[in-house]
Design a protein around this ligand. Structure first.
Ligand SMILES: [Zn+2]
Length: 347
Protein backbone atom coordinates (compact mmCIF):
# COMPACT_ATOMS: atom_id res chain seq x y z
CA UNK A 1 0.00 0.00 0.00
CA UNK A 2 1.31 3.38 -0.98
CA UNK A 3 2.70 5.50 1.80
CA UNK A 4 0.70 8.56 0.80
CA UNK A 5 -2.50 6.55 1.02
CA UNK A 6 -1.64 5.57 4.55
CA UNK A 7 -0.91 9.16 5.44
CA UNK A 8 -4.23 10.23 4.02
CA UNK A 9 -6.08 7.67 6.05
CA UNK A 10 -4.57 9.16 9.16
CA UNK A 11 -6.01 12.56 8.41
CA UNK A 12 -9.47 11.26 9.09
CA UNK A 13 -10.80 12.42 5.75
CA UNK A 14 -10.87 9.51 3.41
CA UNK A 15 -9.69 10.78 0.11
CA UNK A 16 -8.77 8.76 -2.90
CA UNK A 17 -6.89 10.97 -5.25
CA UNK A 18 -3.46 12.22 -6.01
CA UNK A 19 -2.25 15.27 -4.22
CA UNK A 20 -4.67 16.36 -1.55
CA UNK A 21 -3.13 19.52 -0.18
CA UNK A 22 -3.63 21.84 2.71
CA UNK A 23 -6.00 19.65 4.69
CA UNK A 24 -6.46 20.62 8.29
CA UNK A 25 -9.17 18.28 9.35
CA UNK A 26 -9.88 17.37 12.94
CA UNK A 27 -8.61 14.19 14.47
CA UNK A 28 -11.80 12.20 14.88
CA UNK A 29 -10.51 10.70 18.09
CA UNK A 30 -10.43 14.15 19.62
CA UNK A 31 -13.50 15.50 17.90
CA UNK A 32 -15.96 13.90 20.26
CA UNK A 33 -14.22 11.76 22.86
CA UNK A 34 -16.30 9.10 24.53
CA UNK A 35 -19.29 9.89 22.37
CA UNK A 36 -21.77 7.07 22.87
CA UNK A 37 -23.50 7.91 19.61
CA UNK A 38 -23.74 5.08 17.18
CA UNK A 39 -23.71 7.07 14.02
CA UNK A 40 -24.15 4.45 11.41
CA UNK A 41 -23.64 0.71 11.52
CA UNK A 42 -20.54 -0.42 9.73
CA UNK A 43 -21.34 -2.61 6.74
CA UNK A 44 -20.40 -6.23 7.22
CA UNK A 45 -17.59 -7.39 4.95
CA UNK A 46 -18.17 -10.47 2.84
CA UNK A 47 -17.35 -13.52 4.95
CA UNK A 48 -17.71 -17.09 3.70
CA UNK A 49 -19.18 -19.34 6.36
CA UNK A 50 -17.96 -22.81 7.25
CA UNK A 51 -20.55 -24.38 4.94
CA UNK A 52 -19.20 -22.44 1.98
CA UNK A 53 -15.66 -23.77 2.25
CA UNK A 54 -16.60 -27.31 3.22
CA UNK A 55 -15.63 -27.42 6.86
CA UNK A 56 -15.83 -30.68 8.76
CA UNK A 57 -18.24 -30.71 11.69
CA UNK A 58 -16.67 -29.72 14.98
CA UNK A 59 -15.77 -32.73 17.11
CA UNK A 60 -17.45 -31.24 20.17
CA UNK A 61 -19.80 -28.54 21.30
CA UNK A 62 -18.79 -24.98 20.45
CA UNK A 63 -18.89 -22.91 23.62
CA UNK A 64 -20.57 -19.54 23.28
CA UNK A 65 -20.32 -17.03 26.10
CA UNK A 66 -23.01 -14.49 26.95
CA UNK A 67 -20.40 -11.76 27.00
CA UNK A 68 -18.78 -9.63 24.37
CA UNK A 69 -15.16 -9.93 23.34
CA UNK A 70 -13.14 -6.87 24.32
CA UNK A 71 -10.19 -7.08 21.99
CA UNK A 72 -8.97 -8.33 18.63
CA UNK A 73 -5.78 -10.31 18.12
CA UNK A 74 -4.04 -10.32 14.74
CA UNK A 75 -2.07 -13.38 13.65
CA UNK A 76 -0.25 -14.66 10.63
CA UNK A 77 -0.60 -18.28 9.61
CA UNK A 78 3.15 -18.62 8.98
CA UNK A 79 2.28 -20.58 5.88
CA UNK A 80 3.85 -19.74 2.54
CA UNK A 81 3.22 -16.40 0.87
CA UNK A 82 1.11 -17.87 -1.87
CA UNK A 83 0.63 -15.99 -5.11
CA UNK A 84 -2.76 -17.67 -5.54
CA UNK A 85 -5.20 -14.93 -4.61
CA UNK A 86 -8.34 -16.90 -5.53
CA UNK A 87 -11.27 -17.68 -3.27
CA UNK A 88 -10.77 -21.36 -4.03
CA UNK A 89 -7.31 -21.09 -2.54
CA UNK A 90 -8.71 -19.31 0.52
CA UNK A 91 -11.19 -22.13 0.97
CA UNK A 92 -8.48 -24.79 0.61
CA UNK A 93 -6.37 -22.95 3.18
CA UNK A 94 -9.31 -22.91 5.59
CA UNK A 95 -9.69 -26.69 5.21
CA UNK A 96 -5.95 -27.23 5.73
CA UNK A 97 -5.96 -25.15 8.89
CA UNK A 98 -8.98 -26.97 10.26
CA UNK A 99 -7.38 -30.34 9.52
CA UNK A 100 -4.20 -29.24 11.24
CA UNK A 101 -5.95 -27.89 14.28
CA UNK A 102 -8.19 -30.93 14.68
CA UNK A 103 -5.89 -33.75 13.63
CA UNK A 104 -2.52 -32.51 14.87
CA UNK A 105 -3.44 -30.20 17.73
CA UNK A 106 -6.39 -32.29 18.83
CA UNK A 107 -8.71 -29.30 19.00
CA UNK A 108 -12.44 -29.62 18.44
CA UNK A 109 -12.44 -27.24 15.47
CA UNK A 110 -10.45 -24.48 13.82
CA UNK A 111 -8.75 -22.39 16.49
CA UNK A 112 -9.32 -18.83 15.24
CA UNK A 113 -12.60 -17.11 14.55
CA UNK A 114 -11.75 -15.88 11.07
CA UNK A 115 -9.16 -16.38 8.37
CA UNK A 116 -8.10 -13.69 5.93
CA UNK A 117 -6.36 -14.83 2.75
CA UNK A 118 -3.66 -13.04 0.80
CA UNK A 119 -6.27 -12.39 -1.83
CA UNK A 120 -8.47 -10.69 0.76
CA UNK A 121 -11.04 -13.48 1.09
CA UNK A 122 -12.39 -13.75 4.61
CA UNK A 123 -13.67 -17.09 5.86
CA UNK A 124 -15.24 -18.17 9.09
CA UNK A 125 -12.87 -20.29 11.17
CA UNK A 126 -14.47 -21.88 14.19
CA UNK A 127 -18.11 -22.79 13.64
CA UNK A 128 -20.69 -20.24 14.81
CA UNK A 129 -18.16 -17.40 14.76
CA UNK A 130 -19.93 -15.60 11.93
CA UNK A 131 -23.43 -15.96 13.35
CA UNK A 132 -22.25 -14.78 16.76
CA UNK A 133 -20.30 -11.84 15.33
CA UNK A 134 -23.34 -10.74 13.38
CA UNK A 135 -25.35 -10.90 16.59
CA UNK A 136 -22.92 -8.58 18.31
CA UNK A 137 -23.60 -9.63 21.90
CA UNK A 138 -21.85 -12.97 22.50
CA UNK A 139 -18.47 -14.59 22.02
CA UNK A 140 -17.33 -17.96 20.71
CA UNK A 141 -14.62 -19.44 22.91
CA UNK A 142 -11.67 -20.09 20.63
CA UNK A 143 -8.13 -21.37 20.54
CA UNK A 144 -5.77 -18.80 19.07
CA UNK A 145 -3.97 -17.02 21.91
CA UNK A 146 -3.26 -18.53 25.26
CA UNK A 147 -5.07 -16.77 28.09
CA UNK A 148 -7.15 -14.66 25.72
CA UNK A 149 -9.59 -17.06 24.16
CA UNK A 150 -12.57 -16.06 26.27
CA UNK A 151 -12.20 -12.36 25.58
CA UNK A 152 -10.45 -11.90 22.24
CA UNK A 153 -11.43 -12.35 18.63
CA UNK A 154 -8.71 -14.01 16.57
CA UNK A 155 -7.92 -13.28 12.94
CA UNK A 156 -5.42 -15.47 11.10
CA UNK A 157 -3.87 -13.71 8.13
CA UNK A 158 -2.48 -16.01 5.49
CA UNK A 159 1.27 -15.81 5.05
CA UNK A 160 4.54 -15.14 6.83
CA UNK A 161 5.28 -11.50 7.54
CA UNK A 162 8.60 -11.62 9.31
CA UNK A 163 10.32 -9.88 6.40
CA UNK A 164 7.80 -8.88 3.75
CA UNK A 165 4.66 -6.79 3.76
CA UNK A 166 1.12 -8.06 3.36
CA UNK A 167 -0.65 -7.78 -0.01
CA UNK A 168 -2.94 -4.81 -0.40
CA UNK A 169 -5.97 -7.06 -0.71
CA UNK A 170 -5.23 -8.71 2.62
CA UNK A 171 -4.77 -5.34 4.27
CA UNK A 172 -8.02 -3.96 2.93
CA UNK A 173 -10.04 -6.92 4.12
CA UNK A 174 -8.27 -6.92 7.49
CA UNK A 175 -9.25 -3.28 8.01
CA UNK A 176 -12.83 -4.04 6.96
CA UNK A 177 -13.10 -7.04 9.27
CA UNK A 178 -11.62 -5.22 12.27
CA UNK A 179 -13.87 -2.26 11.59
CA UNK A 180 -16.92 -4.50 11.57
CA UNK A 181 -15.84 -6.27 14.75
CA UNK A 182 -15.23 -2.98 16.53
CA UNK A 183 -18.59 -1.69 15.43
CA UNK A 184 -20.50 -4.82 16.39
CA UNK A 185 -18.99 -5.10 19.84
CA UNK A 186 -17.98 -1.50 20.64
CA UNK A 187 -14.39 -2.61 20.80
CA UNK A 188 -12.08 0.39 20.77
CA UNK A 189 -9.56 0.32 17.93
CA UNK A 190 -6.85 0.69 20.57
CA UNK A 191 -7.79 -2.87 21.62
CA UNK A 192 -6.33 -4.40 18.45
CA UNK A 193 -3.22 -6.39 19.28
CA UNK A 194 -0.70 -8.76 17.79
CA UNK A 195 -0.38 -12.29 19.08
CA UNK A 196 3.07 -11.44 20.45
CA UNK A 197 1.51 -8.95 22.83
CA UNK A 198 0.28 -11.91 24.85
CA UNK A 199 2.44 -14.90 24.07
CA UNK A 200 6.10 -15.43 23.25
CA UNK A 201 5.79 -15.75 19.53
CA UNK A 202 6.97 -14.00 16.40
CA UNK A 203 3.34 -13.91 15.27
CA UNK A 204 2.14 -11.90 13.39
CA UNK A 205 5.65 -11.24 12.02
CA UNK A 206 7.74 -8.08 12.48
CA UNK A 207 6.35 -6.42 9.38
CA UNK A 208 2.66 -6.94 10.04
CA UNK A 209 3.17 -6.23 13.73
CA UNK A 210 4.80 -2.91 12.87
CA UNK A 211 1.68 -1.95 10.95
CA UNK A 212 -0.76 -2.50 13.81
CA UNK A 213 -0.71 1.16 14.84
CA UNK A 214 -1.64 1.97 11.28
CA UNK A 215 -4.40 -0.63 11.46
CA UNK A 216 -5.75 0.89 14.67
CA UNK A 217 -5.75 4.31 13.06
CA UNK A 218 -7.45 3.04 9.92
CA UNK A 219 -10.11 1.25 11.92
CA UNK A 220 -10.56 4.20 14.26
CA UNK A 221 -11.05 6.60 11.44
CA UNK A 222 -13.06 4.29 9.31
CA UNK A 223 -15.39 3.03 11.99
CA UNK A 224 -16.46 6.62 12.34
CA UNK A 225 -18.13 6.06 15.67
CA UNK A 226 -16.65 9.18 17.15
CA UNK A 227 -17.60 11.50 14.32
CA UNK A 228 -21.20 12.59 14.67
CA UNK A 229 -23.37 13.84 11.88
CA UNK A 230 -24.45 17.40 12.67
CA UNK A 231 -28.05 18.10 13.58
CA UNK A 232 -29.44 21.06 11.62
CA UNK A 233 -32.74 22.77 12.30
CA UNK A 234 -34.85 25.79 11.54
CA UNK A 235 -32.90 28.97 12.10
CA UNK A 236 -29.44 27.50 11.56
CA UNK A 237 -27.13 29.25 9.15
CA UNK A 238 -23.75 28.62 7.58
CA UNK A 239 -21.83 26.41 5.22
CA UNK A 240 -23.32 23.18 6.53
CA UNK A 241 -26.76 24.49 5.72
CA UNK A 242 -25.58 25.55 2.26
CA UNK A 243 -24.15 22.07 1.73
CA UNK A 244 -27.41 20.49 2.88
CA UNK A 245 -29.37 22.68 0.50
CA UNK A 246 -27.20 21.64 -2.43
CA UNK A 247 -27.47 17.99 -1.44
CA UNK A 248 -31.25 18.23 -1.28
CA UNK A 249 -31.28 19.77 -4.75
CA UNK A 250 -28.96 17.02 -5.93
CA UNK A 251 -31.63 14.58 -4.74
CA UNK A 252 -34.26 16.32 -6.84
CA UNK A 253 -35.93 18.39 -4.16
CA UNK A 254 -37.46 21.50 -5.66
CA UNK A 255 -37.79 24.97 -4.21
CA UNK A 256 -34.67 24.74 -2.06
CA UNK A 257 -32.61 27.93 -1.84
CA UNK A 258 -28.82 27.83 -1.51
CA UNK A 259 -28.49 30.79 0.82
CA UNK A 260 -27.11 29.00 3.86
CA UNK A 261 -30.23 29.76 5.88
CA UNK A 262 -32.30 26.89 7.24
CA UNK A 263 -35.61 28.57 6.62
CA UNK A 264 -39.10 27.20 6.11
CA UNK A 265 -38.44 26.18 2.49
CA UNK A 266 -35.40 24.16 3.48
CA UNK A 267 -37.21 22.62 6.41
CA UNK A 268 -40.08 21.67 4.16
CA UNK A 269 -37.69 20.03 1.68
CA UNK A 270 -36.02 18.07 4.48
CA UNK A 271 -39.43 16.90 5.68
CA UNK A 272 -40.46 15.82 2.20
CA UNK A 273 -37.20 14.00 1.71
CA UNK A 274 -37.53 12.22 5.05
CA UNK A 275 -41.06 11.08 4.30
CA UNK A 276 -40.17 9.90 0.79
CA UNK A 277 -37.22 7.91 2.09
CA UNK A 278 -38.86 6.48 5.21
CA UNK A 279 -36.28 8.01 7.47
CA UNK A 280 -36.74 6.29 10.85
CA UNK A 281 -38.16 8.54 13.52
CA UNK A 282 -37.14 8.00 17.10
CA UNK A 283 -38.76 10.65 19.18
CA UNK A 284 -37.55 11.38 22.62
CA UNK A 285 -40.25 11.08 25.21
CA UNK A 286 -40.57 14.83 25.64
CA UNK A 287 -41.18 15.42 21.96
CA UNK A 288 -43.38 12.43 21.31
CA UNK A 289 -45.97 14.61 19.66
CA UNK A 290 -43.64 16.75 17.61
CA UNK A 291 -42.95 16.20 13.94
CA UNK A 292 -39.19 16.13 13.83
CA UNK A 293 -38.99 15.24 10.19
CA UNK A 294 -37.90 18.80 9.53
CA UNK A 295 -34.65 18.15 11.42
CA UNK A 296 -31.66 17.14 9.36
CA UNK A 297 -29.62 14.67 11.37
CA UNK A 298 -28.04 11.25 11.47
CA UNK A 299 -31.04 9.52 9.93
CA UNK A 300 -30.96 11.72 6.86
CA UNK A 301 -27.36 12.69 6.09
CA UNK A 302 -26.29 9.22 4.94
CA UNK A 303 -29.12 9.27 2.41
CA UNK A 304 -28.05 12.63 1.07
CA UNK A 305 -24.32 12.15 0.71
CA UNK A 306 -22.73 10.10 -2.02
CA UNK A 307 -19.14 9.74 -3.09
CA UNK A 308 -18.32 12.76 -5.20
CA UNK A 309 -15.27 14.37 -6.72
CA UNK A 310 -14.36 17.80 -5.41
CA UNK A 311 -14.67 19.25 -8.91
CA UNK A 312 -18.08 17.71 -9.61
CA UNK A 313 -20.01 20.36 -11.54
CA UNK A 314 -23.36 19.47 -10.00
CA UNK A 315 -24.97 20.30 -6.69
CA UNK A 316 -23.08 17.61 -4.77
CA UNK A 317 -19.80 19.17 -5.87
CA UNK A 318 -21.09 22.60 -4.87
CA UNK A 319 -21.91 21.20 -1.44
CA UNK A 320 -18.35 19.94 -1.00
CA UNK A 321 -16.86 23.21 -2.14
CA UNK A 322 -19.07 25.22 0.19
CA UNK A 323 -17.74 23.21 3.12
CA UNK A 324 -14.13 23.38 2.01
CA UNK A 325 -14.28 27.10 1.39
CA UNK A 326 -15.79 27.79 4.78
CA UNK A 327 -13.00 25.88 6.46
CA UNK A 328 -10.26 27.41 4.39
CA UNK A 329 -9.30 23.96 3.21
CA UNK A 330 -7.96 23.16 -0.19
CA UNK A 331 -8.34 19.83 -1.89
CA UNK A 332 -7.15 18.53 -5.20
CA UNK A 333 -10.01 18.88 -7.69
CA UNK A 334 -9.91 15.17 -8.41
CA UNK A 335 -10.17 14.21 -4.74
CA UNK A 336 -13.00 11.79 -4.09
CA UNK A 337 -15.03 12.50 -0.97
CA UNK A 338 -16.76 9.43 0.38
CA UNK A 339 -19.31 9.18 3.17
CA UNK A 340 -16.72 9.29 5.94
CA UNK A 341 -15.08 12.26 4.31
CA UNK A 342 -18.39 14.02 4.28
CA UNK A 343 -18.84 13.40 7.96
CA UNK A 344 -15.47 14.96 8.65
CA UNK A 345 -16.24 17.98 6.56
CA UNK A 346 -19.65 18.51 8.09
CA UNK A 347 -18.66 18.11 11.70
ZN1 LIG B 1 -0.61 -16.09 16.24
Amino acid sequence: MATNRRALLRTGLTVTAVGAAGLSLPNPASAAPNSPTRVRPEAAPSIAGTDAWGARPASGTIQVLDSRPIKIIVHHTATSNSSDFSQAHAFALSRDIQDYHMDSNGWLDTGQHFTNSRGGWITEGRHRSLEVLNGGTRHVVSAHASGQNSVALGIENEGLYTGVDVPGQLWTSLVALCRYMCDQYRIRPSEIYGHRDFNSTECPGDVLYARLSELRAAVGDAAGQLIPWPLLRLGDTGARVTAAQHLLRARGLTGVPTDGVYGPATEDAVRRFAVANNVPMEHCYASAHADERGLLGAGTWPLLVTSVRADDPGDAGRAVRALLTARGDRLAPTALIDTRGWRNLLT
